[in-house]
Design a protein around this ligand. Sequence first.
Ligand SMILES: [Zn+2]
Length: 208
Amino acid sequence: MERLAAVASGQVRQLWRAAPAAVRIVVPASDTEFSRITGSTSDQVPALTRPDRTVVLHPDLWGRVSARGRQVVLTHELTHVLLSPLPTTPRWVGEGAAEVTAYRPTGLRPDQVAPGVARRVRSGSPPAGPPDDAALDPGRTADLSDAYGLAWAWCAFLVARRGAGVFTGFVRTASAQPGQTGRAFRAAYGAGPAGLGGAYETWLASWA
Ligand SMILES: [Zn+2]
């Protein structure tokens, strides 16, 4: 676990130029204990980061994740530890940022990271923008991994469009300042998400 955490911390630092300070990782003894500690009854996530920046592993699901997958999960969670987005920030900002950070070092192709997105594009109904909060809420969505794929694709598109520096600057502002997501997005990308729909579709068509 220490090795995984050290690699995760390095991967976070590589993109964000800052590492999560003190990382606490808790492994509850049972699923019930996991629910009690996290307040989540979802059985779709192998780990969660609490508002106090403690990473809690789901004892059952974590045990089923491959070694490579564990690195992705932990780097995802440590991105949350670093950024700790406000509860009012749209979920796609934090989840997309965490997914982009976690998958960057893997060398996986886009259609491997987000197979659901690739399928939508091939069937002629590409996503037009980021997923909404309900889709990314473990307690409300039926297919969380598909929603994570949507958040990853949108954020990977933003990185491709203006580079990692502009993306991380936008995410930091949106995560830390209440109600600033729309304004920060327009400052970074020159339009709202809807205004980038055409460019997003073109980018998706290049890999999906
Ligand atoms: Zn997350």
